[in-house]
Design a protein around this ligand. Structure first.
Ligand SMILES: Cc1cn([C@H]2C[C@H](O)[C@@H](COP(=O)(O)OP(=O)(O)O[C@H]3O[C@H](C)C(=O)[C@H](O)[C@H]3O)O2)c(=O)[nH]c1=O
Length: 333
């Protein structure tokens, strides 16, 4: 018997597809509806492992299309929304900011509006879970970490659009009483990430013998979290997170870009069985990203103490699995 109907937006993307796969397999009594516009970063191959499952369905819909989203709420007894659909790449947001406002701000508010209309008067058992980013907090110096109380200070069009979407989710909570929860996560990595983000760019270019672009001096610091650990955090927040709360999710795994790039180059060389240093020789320092945030770091104390979540995958294991996945993709192509 189906006990929950969950609408996952962005379920054909990187993090979304790992979440969909996890939910479909772990909870056969949940109906999982994957809503995705299949833009450049969405791919149904990402969810092929569960495509035939009885508790799974896919809908190709743009979250900014209010009529289409309304129809979905009219047809399905959705009680939970897990909202991951977003434009997510900072460099693209610098080139083309308006699409980020459209998808991330208008898309999120469209979903909120449709959910509100469908749920009005009976919010019991309902939840709107918004998956967001630590970039809303801005950029750190060499020390310190973002807590859930850190004031918002987004600096790129991408992070500003995600900050806007977070604020709208909270507005629906405070104004209309909609049950919401938000998580803000650090940099994810793992299989299926679109090759525009740092880690897949390194792997692709190393394999193809192309220059590996490192922005500026490579001294910017990111906190890396394996996507499976993020999915575990989302599962816990979905089931045990407190309504109206925010949870920061981080890997406690900070790396300067240049050090991470060198490390991945080593893993690629090792897995390809080629001379160590071959990939590293491809590193090319290129002009810096405009407004490049220096450092992100997460204080994940709240989710650890309240929900017992800590990241489980160490970087060596996570990178080995990730590189192996991309190499297999290359050999299949
Ligand atoms: C693509 C690329 C990036 N970089 C640098 C720029 C950053 O300092 C770092 C990671 O860049 P990336 O674009 O992979 O990710 P962030 O800009 O940190 O943002 C990412 O993590 C947050 C949490 C999100 O919310 C974003 O959705 C996600 O894209 O490597 C390079 O040096 N060379 C490159 O070719």
């Amino acid at each position: 018997m189906i006990t929950k109907t969950i609408l996952v937006t962005g379920g054909a993307g990187f993090i979304g597809s790992h979440l969909v796969e996890h939910l479909v397999r772990t909870y056969p009594h949940y109906n999982i509806i994957n809503l995705d516009a299949l833009t450049y970063a969405g791919n149904l191959a990402n969810v092929s492992a569960v495509a035939e499952a009885d508790n799974y369905s896919f809908l190709e819909v743009d979250i900014t299309d209010l009529d289409a989203v309304r129809k979905i709420f009219a047809i399905y007894p959705i009680d939970t929304v897990i909202h991951l659909a977003a434009e997510s790449h900072v460099d693209r947001s610098i080139e083309d900011p308006l699409i980020f406002v459209r998808t991330n701000v208008v898309g999120t508010t469209t979903l909120l509006q449709a959910a509100h209309e469908a749920w009005k008067g009976s919010f019991g058992g309902k939840l709107f879970y918004h998956v967001s980013t630590d970039e809303v907090y801005g950029s750190l110096g060499e020390t310190g970490a973002f807590t859930e109380d850190t004031p918002y200070d987004p600096r790129s069009p991408y992070s500003a659009s995600k900050a806007g979407s977070d604020h709208f989710v909270r507005a629906w909570y405070h104004t209309y009483g909609m049950p919401v929860v938000i998580s803000n996560c650090s940099n994810n990595y793992g299989p299926r990430q679109y090759p525009e983000k740092l880690i897949p760019v390194i792997i692709h270019n190393a394999v193809l013998d192309r220059p590996i672009p490192v922005y500026g001096k490579g001294i910017n610091v990111r906190d890396w979290l394996y996507v499976g650990d993020h999915v575990a955090a989302i599962d816990l927040i979905l089931h045990r997170g407190r309504v109206g709360e925010t949870y920061n999710v981080g890997g406690n795994n900070e790396w300067r870009n240049i050090d991470l790039v060198r490390r991945i180059c080593g893993t690629v060389d090792e897995q390809l069985g080629r001379k160590l240093g071959t990939s590293e020789a491809l590193i090319a320092f290129v002009p810096d990203r405009a407004g490049h945030d220096l450092r992100y770091a997460i204080d994940a104390e709240k989710i650890r103490t309240e929900l017992g979540w800590t990241p489980q995958t160490d970087l060596t294991q996570g990178l080995e699995e990730t590189v192996a996945w991309y190499l297999k993709e290359f050999s299949a192509a």
